[in-house]
Design a protein around this ligand. Structure first.
Ligand SMILES: Nc1ncnc2c1ncn2[C@@H]1O[C@H](COP(=O)(O)OP(=O)(O)O)[C@@H](O)[C@H]1O
Ligand SMILES: [Mg+2]
Length: 362
């Protein structure tokens, strides 16, 4: 059963009146709604910082999706039990759990635990890609928010394995101070979690493709890959993730080797190999080699990273920061703190705040 327009949910802090369902990019399985916030029944103190809007997220009522959306919500709720995550200004705030924590494990599907979360205007995925002044301001804010959020996750000894444009929440994008927050903590996993094949394909770090765990540094990669993917979807990921050029051209190929082949075009010096003894990944690597030998047109069109960033018309300062994050060897890749403190990041902040970019449009 889904929620209905006008239905009011009562949380411990506030009330939430459902106003509309949110469809997002269609990739999410949970039910997500916009809701108007009203004072709770408990105290008037809560009204002081009461927001106007909230997002309500609840498990899918569909049998096929019910269990995993419940598990995702449970993980999201658990992530907020870490103070570094709950209190971070770079992560969407949790307002209320409507229901009980035990409801997440209710296999009957009779209870319906919901999370009430902070409202934001849009996601990066909703925004038309264009490298103008506004986008540069946003990109600086995104890099800062993602790096800061990675530090919060790392303090809580977890990794966010779902870094992607659809989970970068944005507000005030037409001002000098856009707000960026990371949303959707459903795939936040303990650092020691054995799960592999994590991260969406276009944003997946090279070491994760090779069968190694997803780490803090893998999230740094995903941040830069998200920006690249937003600007030019055909550069990363499988056919179904592509926004142009490559669609339909790899219908007969498996997604992972195809993604690997694209990465190897972008990073021709990538020399690492899959985890020893991992038969599946070895086979994927070999298939990517076949693609590179045949070099069909869509792959041929992909140049190395520097070339592609040049084609996109990225300013030198942004290319510098991207170059710290998009390093195939995680040992050589900058960590979140290093990116934030780097001379390259300083130069990017500087050029963006003074508006000194040499843009095509001007
Ligand atoms: N705080 C928010 N403000 C505005 N829209 C949101 C917000 N949170 C989510 N959305 C919309 O709902 C979609 C799904 O939300 P998300 O939390 O990412 O759930 P899922 O786990 O299903 O991906 C987002 O991609 C976005 O379009
Ligand atoms: Mg999402």
């Amino acid at each position: 059963m889904s929620l209905t327009i006008g239905q009011v949910l009562s949380g411990a802090r506030w009330g939430y009146c459902i106003t509309e369902p949110l469809t997002g990019d269609g990739s999410h399985a949970a039910l997500v709604y916009k809701a108007r916030v009203s004072p709770g029944s408990t105290t008037s103190v809560n009204e002081q910082d009461m927001p106007e809007w909230a997002v309500i997220k609840c498990p899918s009522p569909l049998r096929a999706q019910r269990d995993f959306t419940r598990l995702d919500l449970k993980r999201e709720w658990e992530a907020y039990q870490h103070p570094s995550i709950a209190n971070s200004p770079y992560i969407r705030k949790l307002y209320d759990l409507i229901g009980n924590p035990e409801d997440f494990d209710d296999k009957t599907g009779e209870t319906r635990p919901c999370l009430a979360l902070e409202w934001m205007d849009m996601t990066l995925q909703d925004l038309t890609p264009k490298l103008d002044k506004r986008a540069y301001k946003l990109i600086v804010a995104i890099i800062e928010a993602v790096m800061e959020s990675i530090l919060c996750f790392s303090e809580a000894k977890v990794v966010d394995t779902d870094t992607k444009p659809g989970n970068f929440l944005l507000s005030n994008i037409d001002t000098d101070h856009p707000t960026v927050k990371i949303g959707d903590l459903g795939l936040v996993l303990p650092c020691t979690h054995p799960r592999t094949n994590v991260q969406p394909l276009p944003m997946r770090a090279p070491e994760v493709f090779l069968g190694f765990p997803c780490t803090t540094k893998s999230q740094v990669w995903s941040c830069a890959a998200s920006l690249l993917f937003w600007l030019k979807p055909s550069l990363l990921g499988s056919s179904s993730d592509d926004g142009d050029g490559l669609r339909g051209s790899c219908i007969d190929v498996l997604p992972t080797p195809w993604c690997l082949a694209k990465l190897r075009r972008l990073f021709p010096a990538w020399r690492d190999r899959p985890v020893a003894g991992d038969v599946r990944r070895k086979a994927e690597w070999a298939l990517s080699e076949d693609h590179l030998e045949e070099l069909p047109a869509p792959l041929k069109r992909i140049g190395c990273l520097e070339e592609e960033m040049g084609r996109l018309g990225m300013v030198r300062e942004l290319r510098g920061v991207m170059g710290l994050m998009l390093v195939t060897d995680p040992k050589e890749r900058f960590g979140p703190r290093e990116v934030l403190a780097s001379g390259e990041m300083r130069a990017l902040r500087e050029v963006v705040s003074t508006g000194g970019m040499d843009l095509d449009e001007e």
